[in-house]
Design a protein around this ligand. Structure first.
Ligand SMILES: [Zn+2]
Length: 187
């Protein structure tokens, strides 16, 4: 289910949409619309066998090309796992995260792509025998490697100018190596 909140913060209107949905592939993901930008905090994949094999049309409730930046709290797949799909579908902005998260994602994205390729191959052999239409992986190893090029590491405590009127700071959250709470300053 999507839920939407509109918050007026320091005189600025900000729309926040929680995108984790029962019948779509999205894990943890929140869209913030403010200061003329569309920003995602996390872009996770729902865990479970079926979800990995959904055709990519089941993807996003927004156009990935309209997202200006992503802020990633940590590397767990339920928070980061759809970033390669986001890039595959046209997202071309920066993905801000801590250095440790960037290093973990550089390993985990291709690994997730490999798992999907393997599972789809296995699934398609069965489907072919049963005369069923073949399925595509959400993304391949190659897509996953392409997505790692958009990772932009940020040090804990630094305030970065993420977009023209958006500053961000990553605070240690102690959940996983590299995990962070993210403070956004939107003007
Ligand atoms: Zn986690």
């Amino acid at each position: 289910m999507q839920s939407e909140q509109s918050i007026v913060y320091w005189g600025q209107r900000m729309n926040i949409t929680f995108l984790g949905a029962a019948k779509c592939v999205t894990g943890s993901s929140t869209m913030i619309e403010a200061g003329g930008h569309k920003i995602l905090v996390d872009c996770g994949m729902r865990q479970g066998r079926d979800e990995k094999l959904l055709p990519m049309e089941a993807g996003f409730p927004y156009d990935p090309r309209e997202i200006d930046a992503v802020f990633l709290t940590h590397a767990h797949i339920d928070h980061s796992g759809l970033l390669p799909l986001l890039v595959k579908k046209g997202f071309r902005g920066p993905i801000y995260c801590t250095g440790a998260t960037a290093r973990l994602c550089s390993i985990m994205f291709p690994d997730a792509g490999h798992i999907q390729e393997m599972e789809v191959e296995w699934q398609n052999r069965k489907r072919q025998r049963a005369g069923k239409p073949l399925v595509e992986p959400l993304y391949t190893v190659q897509d996953a490697v392409a997505a790692t090029r958009y990772l932009r590491p940020v040090e804990y405590g630094d305030v970065v100018q993420a977009l023209d009127n958006v500053k961000a700071s990553f605070v240690d959250a102690g959940h996983l190596l590299g995990s962070a709470s993210i403070e956004l300053y939107i003007t």
